[in-house]
Design a protein around this ligand. Sequence first.
Ligand code: BDR
Ligand code: CA
Length: 304
Amino acid sequence: MLVDCDPGLDDAIALLTAAHFAELVGITTVDGNVRIEHTTRNALAVAQIADLNVEIHQGASRPHVNKPRNARHVHGATGLGNVELPEITRSFNSDDAVGFILETSNRIKDVHLVAVGPLTNIAEALQRDATLPDRLSGLTIMGGAVVGGNVTAAAEFNIWADPEAADIVFRLGRDVTMVGLDVTQQVLLGTDQVTQMRQANTPKATLAADLLEYAINRSHELRGWTGAPIHDACAVLTVTHPHLFNGDRRPVNIELTGTHTRGMTVVDNRPSIAENHNTLVLRTVNANAVIKLIVEAITATQTH
Ligand code: BDR
Ligand code: CA
């Protein structure tokens, strides 16, 4: 698995989940929840704390059309809540995330690309090499929703941050799985999970517990919810544990111009539309099982 991300509280937990349940062959970073310097630094910090020996390549510093957006009100000024990060002892491997994605797909057969930030890097990779999907085992995206949004009434953050990139990815991608808010907001982690993580008492588990606690507090303050969705970890688990999710193949188009709907994923749900489309739109999830798996990944002492 190769994870393209913008850590981000839930991105960080997703990386730890991926490192446990999959063979993580690389991490690429993108501007999103916070600026690229922070998302890259955060990816390095997560890898260092969890002792992950994985290449990290920095990617796009901004969308091509949009101004850079951010979600600091959710993830904190640095992107990892109020966690005090250690001094980083290594550097990122390159600032050519797109080159790394393409090179990895040539070097390793059947890599699954999991994109959990704005799709700027992935769009550029597909534009640079349209044969990329031939070499991937799949492209899974945390983004969008069948109904509603979280940044606007219609749009989810990752798509809203770079709709032009999302448009390219949904048009040029193949074997795309969309893990949208309809799924991820069914999986709320709460204080019980924080307690379970703290009991493990390892650097990795303490980091995840701190991130989750921050996410729960923000989720409560911003939305009145009693738990926090850990969107990006759900996307990872759709690849490693697909039997826990259900959906159907649908045409998905990205709204680029709507006054109130820019960044919306327009899913064609009409019954008359045959189920042979490019995008597997996930809709349901076994939330309890997914929550257990996230805790298992975080509290485990062994990686994959
Ligand atoms: C998505 O937006 C980001 O803030 C999260 O990291 C997640 O990828 C949820 O809308
Ligand atoms: Ca993210």
